[in-house]
Design a binder for this molecule. Structure first.
Ligand SMILES: [Mg+2]
Length: 168
């Protein structure tokens, strides 16, 4: 059974879209390298309880899809999520536990590569951030791009998590 790691932000929930909108409102551009320090401060100070429970939405039935993938018995499914603070990790765990009682959740410190946290060889990562996928591939893993615009940027792309059952 292959290990399948699923990213959280921008794959399970649309927290990326919401936070980018908020950054724009305070005059910061997520793609501008000169804004990066202030952006990090924004994420460190973010109220993740509010973000997850009041602002963000689940993308394309993500939790139902994950249950379906687990029930297929084909993958050992885990959630691998970058976090900027311990409270972010706590709130994400609390939130995920409302839907999935027994899944492994691995919070990754923002400045550490996901490849440094888990065994990557032949493992699958579904992620919306192409840099993570490049690192993953270099570390011997299989990268699948998640994109609601179906923009794969060189990787196989899905816009609903249970599509993984059709392509692998
Ligand atoms: Mg992401």
């Amino acid at each position: 059974m292959k290990n399948l790691y699923i990213d959280f932000d921008g794959v399970i929930m649309d927290t990326i879209d919401i936070s980018y909108q908020e950054l724009k409102l305070i005059g910061l551009d997520a793609k501008n390298i000169y804004d990066q320090e202030k952006i990090r401060d924004y994420y460190v100070g973010l109220d993740w309880n509010q973000m997850l429970n009041k602002k963000a939405s689940i993308i394309n039935d993500a939790f139902d899809c994950i249950k379906k993938i687990i029930d297929s018995g084909r993958f050992e499914v885990m959630i691998l999520s970058h976090v900027n603070s311990l409270s972010e990790a706590e709130e994400k765990i609390k939130y995920i536990r409302k839907y999935l009682k027994d899944i492994t959740i691995i919070p990754v410190p923002r400045r550490v590569s996901k490849t440094q946290m888990v065994h990557t060889e032949d493992a699958i990562l579904i992620d919306d951030y192409v840099e993570n996928l490049k690192e993953w591939k270099e570390a011997g893993g299989i990268g699948i791009k998640f994109s609601t615009e179906l923009n794969g940027k060189g990787f196989v792309v899905i816009d609903r998590l249970d599509q993984i059952l059709d392509i692998l």
